[in-house]
Design a protein around this ligand. Structure first.
Ligand SMILES: Cc1ncc(COP(=O)(O)O)c(C=O)c1O
Length: 452
C-alpha cells in the first residue's frame, strides 16, 4: 500500500496512438524532446520529479529569502552536518553542478579517477577536467540476470591494481550508490568498508556519489544479514563515516525538484570548491538555490530515510519488475529500488547495435502506450573511435523505467507492466532507428533520429 494519500492531483491527458505517432515524429524520434503534456506516464527519470510532502511545503512557506546568512541556510546546514557528519556543507543547484565544482577545484590533466561505475555526467565533468576515468564493476554486474545481491560493488582486486598501477595519479575513488547505469544495483556496506581500507592504505580520498544513498542503505538492510537489525539511517551513517566526502544530487533520494550538495572535512578542498562555487553557482550560503529550496532539502534529509517510504518504494519497483518478468520480458535482475531496466538487445533481437535496440524500444513503447522511459545503452554510452569510425557499444543496452517518488500508484505501474508485456508479444514489429544528429557530449538529450 502507498504510505501516503493525495491532496493535490495533476490530470493526465489521455492520447491516442495516432497522436503519439505524430508527436514522436515531430520530436525526431527522441522521447526527451517530447513536451511532457504528450506523455501519459513519465518514467523518464526519478530525478527532480518527486511529489513534495506536506512538511516540505510547510517549511518552504516559512523560508527566509535573505541574500546571505539566511535562517533557511543555517537550518539546512545544521541538518546536513548532522546527517553526513562533515564540517563543510556546500549547497549547489543539482548533482552535476557538484561534480563540476569538484572537477574544477581538484582535478588536473593526467589525474585518474577510479569508480564502481560513474554516472554519465560525473564522467563527462571529470574527463573535461583532464582526468582518465575507469569503471571497475564486478563481473556479475555485466550480466543482465543473476542473483548477486550487490551488483553495484566495485571490483576490489581491480581497485587495488588500479591504485598501485596509477600511483600518485589517482585523484579520487568514487562509489556511486546505487549505481545508475546497469540496473540501479546497490553497493554492499562491506564493499564500501573494504574500498575505504584500500583507499586509506594508498592515501587516496574515497568519495560517494550519494544520489540514492537511502535506497542503497535500505537494500543493505534487506540483503545483507549483517545489516538486518540496522535501519537504513544506521547503514547510511556508517557509509558516510567510511568516506572522505560526499556529492549528492538532492533530486533523487533527496526528494527535491532541484538541489545538490557537497559535504567534506578537508579544508583545502572545501576552500577550492567554494571559490569555484562563487564563480559559477552562487554564494556559499545558497549555492544558487532559493531559501525555500534549502528548506525542502532540509526536510527531505529526514524523510528520505523513512522505513515505510523505502519499503514501499522497493515493493512497488519489484511489483513492476516481477509482472514484466512473468510475461517473459528480459529485465535486469535483481531489481534495484528506483527503476526497472529492460534489455534492449534481448527484447529486439532482430535489430543490430547500429539500429539502437533499446532506444528503438523506448520509441515504440511511447507510441504503444504513451509511457516515456530512458535508454541507458547504445545512444547514451556508445562511443565512436574518431580514427576508425568504429563504434564501441556498452556491454548492456538498456531501457530504464524510473519511478518518480510518491507520484504514481500501483494501478499506473500495472498499466506500464501490461502494455510493455503486450508490446513484447509483438516485438518483431519494432522498427530500428539511426542517428541523424549526434552531439559530441551527453547525446541522449538533443540527438535526432530517423527510422531505418
Ligand atoms: C548516480 C547519479 N549521479 C549524478 C547524477 C546527476 O545529478 P543531477 O541530475 O542532479 O545533475 C545522476 C542523475 O541522474 C545520477 O543518477
Amino acid at each position: 500500500m502507498e504510505p501516503y494519500r493525495s491532496r493535490v492531483v495533476e490530470p493526465i491527458r489521455v492520447t491516442t496512438r495516432e497522436e503519439r505517432e505524430r508527436f514522436i515524429r515531430a520530436a525526431a524520434y527522441n522521447p526527451f524532446l517530447l513536451p511532457a503534456e504528450q506523455v501519459m506516464i513519465d518514467l523518464v527519470t526519478d530525478s527532480g520529479t518527486s511529489a513534495l510532502s506536506i512538511a516540505q511545503w510547510a517549511a518552504m512557506h516559512g523560508s527566509d529569502e535573505s541574500f546571505t546568512g539566511s535562517r533557511s541556510f543555517e537550518r539546512f546546514a545544521a541538518a546536513a552536518r548532522s546527517v553526513f557528519g562533515r564540517r563543510h556543507v556546500i549547497p549547489c543547484h543539482q548533482g552535476r553542478a557538484a561534480e563540476h565544482l569538484i572537477a574544477a577545484a581538484v582535478i588536473s590533466p593526467g589525474d585518474v579517477v577510479l569508480a564502481n561505475t560513474l554516472f554519465a555526467t560525473t564522467r563527462q565533468n571529470f574527463e573535461e577536467a583532464g582526468a582518465t576515468c575507469r569503471d571497475l564493476p564486478i563481473a556479475a554486474a555485466l550480466a543482465r540476470d543473476g542473483a548477486h545481491p550487490f551488483k553495484g560493488n566495485i571490483d576490489l582486486e581491480a581497485l587495488e591494481d588500479g591504485l598501485r598501477a596509477a600511483g600518485g595519479r589517482v585523484r579520487l575513488v568514487v562509489l556511486t550508490v546505487t549505481e545508475n547505469s546497469r540496473g540501479g544495483q546497490p553497493v554492499a556496506l562491506a564493499n564500501i568498508r573494504a574500498a575505504s581500507a584500500l583507499c586509506r592504505q594508498f592515501g587516496v580520498p574515497l568519495w560517494l556519489d550519494a544520489a540514492r544513498v537511502a535506497e542503497n542503505s535500505y537494500l543493505n538492510v534487506l540483503r545483507d544479514p549483517a545489516c538486518r537489525t540496522m535501519s537504513a539511517r544506521d547503514v547510511a551513517r556508517e557509509t558516510f563515516a567510511l568516506v572522505d566526502g560526499v556529492f549528492m544530487s538532492m533530486k533523487k533520494d533527496g526528494l527535491g525538484n532541484v538541489g545538490g550538495l557537497i559535504a567534506l572535512d578537508d579544508d583545502r578542498w572545501a576552500e577550492a570548491i567554494l571559490v569555484r562555487l562563487l564563480v559559477s553557482e552562487g554564494i556559499p550560503a545558497a549555492g544558487g538555490l532559493a531559501g525555500r529550496d534549502l528548506e525542502a532539502m532540509r526536510v527531505a534529509l529526514e524523510e528520505m530515510f523513512d522505513d515505510d517510504h523505502l519499503a514501499y518504494r522497493v515493493e512497488a519497483t519489484a511489483f513492476l519488475g516481477e509482472r514484466l518478468a512473468d510475461a517473459g520480458v528480459p529485465v535486469v535482475t535483481p531489481f534495484g529500488a528506483h527503476a526497472i531496466y529492460v534489455d534492449g538487445r534481448q527484447f529486439c533481437p532482430h535489430l543490430t547495435d547500429e539500429q539502437l535496440p533499446a532506444w528503438s524500444l523506448s520509441v515504440a513503447f511511447y507510441v504503444h502506450a504513451g509511457v516515456r522511459g530512458w535508454e541507458t545503452g547504445n545512444v547514451m554510452r556508445g562511443r565512436q573511435d574518431p580514427a576508425t569510425g568504429q563504434w564501441r557499444w556498452p556491454e548492456l543496452d538498456l531501457f530504464r523505467l524510473a519511478i518518480p517518488r510518491r507520484v504514481y500508484s500501483a494501478s499506473h505501474l500495472r498499466y506500464v507492466a501490461d502494455t510493455l508485456s503486450d508490446l513484447y508479444l509483438r516485438r518483431e514489429t519494432i522498427t530500428g532507428l539511426r542517428f541523424v544528429y549526434r552531439p559530441p557530449a551527453l547525446p541522449q538529450f538533443i540527438a535526432r533520429f530517423e527510422p531505418v
